[in-house]
Design a protein around this ligand. Structure first.
Ligand SMILES: Cc1cc2nc3c(=O)[nH]c(=O)nc-3n(C[C@H](O)[C@H](O)[C@H](O)COP(=O)(O)O)c2cc1C
Ligand code: SF4
Ligand code: FES
Length: 600
């Protein structure tokens, strides 16, 4: 039977297809699937065939996406899909109790539908809201700082009204005196909303006419001189990355903004997207002009539907002011920005996985070289930068590289946005000059210290893939080099604080489960190794580990480390190796009496 797609939905679909080059209309597929799933509740044979016909694909090209991306489902779910985050920061503050309470209340198991067809409950991986955990999403709404009672009340209200209330964005928090806010400077100004008018009133979009009056190469040189390093995880120098772009190929150049933010513990880009969308748009347009791109895509994770809406609105506002579109500010430069929604899957954050996903495929990272600067999106030279990196660009152009270099320390210029979750009194996001604060100051002063009566056990400094620091290592300065010298990395800026009540074996299991779930499966060491680690840790936690399992676990991690196509292998191996090395006695104690009898 032909699918009955409403005319306005089909019009919307046709408009989205125009965001991509005509020969690459497949790239619109994730958007189409989101829209169809919103209308029909699931993606069955009819939806798949309709999508395939629309985009000139085979149905198998669509099915393979529905099975790859966790946000899509071929099986009808309840009208309200409850997604409880099970990842580390949320586990540390009690998501397990919420899940149990809701399952009991609704009388269903995971991924089952209630008999009235109203609810399905699932676990999901980190929703990039770790500082206000435990969190859950119901359809597009995010509920934060939950308790089992509060979660139950939410469900009761939905049941009684048949509706889901829209959740307001939390009010931005005033800066701590030790903070230095540049990217977040406007957030707490009176009545500031992040709209075009407010942003312009506070000096926004000043860098754009200035940049358009400069030569593109001079902008690249300025960004290079500023020594700004990427804020997405690897810390690669931004200007240098731009200068690697292949020139004179006759192909278009693309800029992609990485707004996937899915490294557990990380929720900093969420703030920039929700509260300062125009700063990012300005940064993207200036960067496009510098590198010779005329089209940019913002790849935003599917679990941030509000972020996608806020960006879409801001893009319209920017187009209305001719800050975007044709002949920007009469300077002869054309530039378009399109928002592209992901659909779950952490691996979409890895830049070549992201490019594959943007092209409408499964997010399988590519073997490098060639690097995206030579063969990237649609086979063209491409630069991929993080939200925070691009948000720095207007400030560098406005104030100059010399000003930027005065902030921070050599090797780590500028400010950094970090986000803290776990056992502190004031979890949240903080911006400060890199290298000017230590981890101890961050935890004890900015975050108000540990929760009452708790002692520090360890800190994960840059998202869950970064090796943990022990309590006696926190006098380290917060910059790229100091953290590297301490045997870890600044990573994504997601800091997770572990107190003395934390069961390290359980936390290692939680982290291992995440990477096993998120491995794309292309490389044997990652696909098999992450599962082995998960199974072994499960066995150890259940009291069946053997004494030799401690070394075996480290060995399995070591056999993944450095032997895979993309760095997810290291991301999975490093935390396990660090936990086992630094808290060995806890693993030994857990393995003392077992006989390895239970497989998992
Ligand atoms: C498994 C994996 C996940 C990643 N996730 C993200 C992410 O969510 N956001 C991000 O900006 N970078 C992420 N990265 C880093 C990107 O590959 C890339 O280095 C970054 O987007 C480049 O931007 P930058 O130079 O501005 O930091 C991830 C890398 C890996 C290996
Ligand atoms: S390391 Fe893991 S996630 Fe990366 S390509 Fe290999 S299997 Fe996929
Ligand atoms: S939102 Fe739950 S761990 Fe990040």
């Amino acid at each position: 039977m032909a699918l009955n797609v409403a005319a306005d939905l089909e019009k919307h679909v046709d408009e989205i297809v125009t965001h991509y080059p005509p020969q690459h209309k497949r790239a619109a597929v994730l958007w189409l699937l989101h829209l169809l799933q919103e209308q029909f509740g699931h993606l069955g044979k009819e939806q798949v065939e309709w999508t395939a016909t629309k985009l000139g694909l085979q149905p198998i090209n669509v099915w393979e996406l529905i099975t790859f991306y966790p946000m899509f489902t071929a099986k009808p779910r309840g009208k309200f899909h409850i997604k409880v985050c099970r990842t580390l920061s949320c586990e540390l503050c009690g998501c397990g109790g919420i899940l149990e309470r809701l399952k009991k209340k609704l009388g269903v198991g995971l991924d089952e539908k209630t008999s009235d067809g109203l609810f399905t409950i699932s676990t999901v991986e980190c929703l990039a809201a770790c500082g206000t955990g435990p969190v859950m999403m119901v359809n597009d709404e995010l509920f934060e700082n939950l308790t089992p009672d509060a979660a139950e009340t939410i469900i009761d209200r939905v049941k009684a009204t048949g509706k889901l209330e829209q959740q307001p964005l939390p009010k931005p928090v005033a800066p701590h005196p030790l903070e230095k806010r540049v990217l977040l400077a406007n957030l707490t100004k009176p009545n500031y909303t992040g709209s075009m008018d407010d942003y312009v009133r506070e000096g926004g979009y000043r860098s754009l006419p200035k940049a358009l009056g400069m030569k593109p190469d001079d902008i690249v040189a300025e960004v290079k001189n500023s020594e700004v390093r990427g804020r997405g995880g690897a810390g690669f120098p931004c200007g240098m990355k731009w200068s690697f772009l292949a020139k004179g190929t006759g192909k278009p150049i693309y800029l992609v903004c990485n707004a996937d933010e899915s490294e557990p513990g990380t929720f900093k880009d969420r703030q920039l997207l929700h509260y300062e969308p125009h700063q990012l748009i300005e940064g993207i347009v200036v960067s496009c002009y510098a590198v010779g791109a005329h089209v940019a895509y913002i790849y935003i994770r599917g679990e941030m539907p509000y972020g996608a809406k806020i960006l879409a609105r801001a893009i319209e506002e920017a187009r209305a002011k001719n800050f975007l579109g044709k002949n920007i500010l009469g300077k002869g430069f054309d530039c378009e920005i399109y928002v592209h929604r992901g659909a779950g899957a952490y691996i979409c954050g890895e830049e070549t996985g992201l490019i594959e996903s943007l092209e409408g495929k499964r997010a399988y990272p590519r073997i490098k070289p060639p690097f995206p600067a030579v063969v990237g999106l649609f086979g063209c030279p491409t630069v991929v930068n993080n939200v925070e990196t691009l948000s720095n660009i207007p400030h560098i152009i406005n104030n100059g590289a010399a000003w930027f270099k005065e902030l921070g320390v050599p090797g780590s210029r500028g400010t950094r946005l970090v986000c803290v979750s776990g056992a502190v009194k004031r979890p949240g996001y903080y911006e400060f000059e890199m290298g000017k604060l230590t981890m101890r100051q961050l935890i004890e002063d900015l975050c108000g210290g540990l929760k009452e009566g708790r002692k520090l056990k360890g800190v994960i400094p840059g998202g869950s893939s970064m090796p943990v620091l022990k309590a006696d290592q926190i006098d380290v300065a917060l910059d790229f080099e100091s953290l590297r010298k301490a045997g870890t990395m600044a990573g994504s800026g997601g800091i997770i604080v572990l107190d003395d009540t934390v069961d390290i074996v359980q936390s290692t299991l939680n982290v291992a489960q995440f990477y096993a779930h998120e491995s794309c499966g292309q490389c044997t060491p990652c696909r098999e190794g992450t599962l082995w680690m998960e199974k072994m840790l499960h066995r150890i936690r259940q009291g069946h580990g053997r004494p030799e399992d401690v070394d075996l676990l480290w060995d399995v991690a070591d056999n993944i480390d450095g032997k895979t196509i993309c760095p997810l292998g290291e991301a999975a191996a490093w935390p396990v190796k660090a936990f086992v090395t630094k808290y060995r006695s806890e693993f030994e104690a857990a393995c003392k009496n077992g006989n390895g009898s239970k497989k998992h």
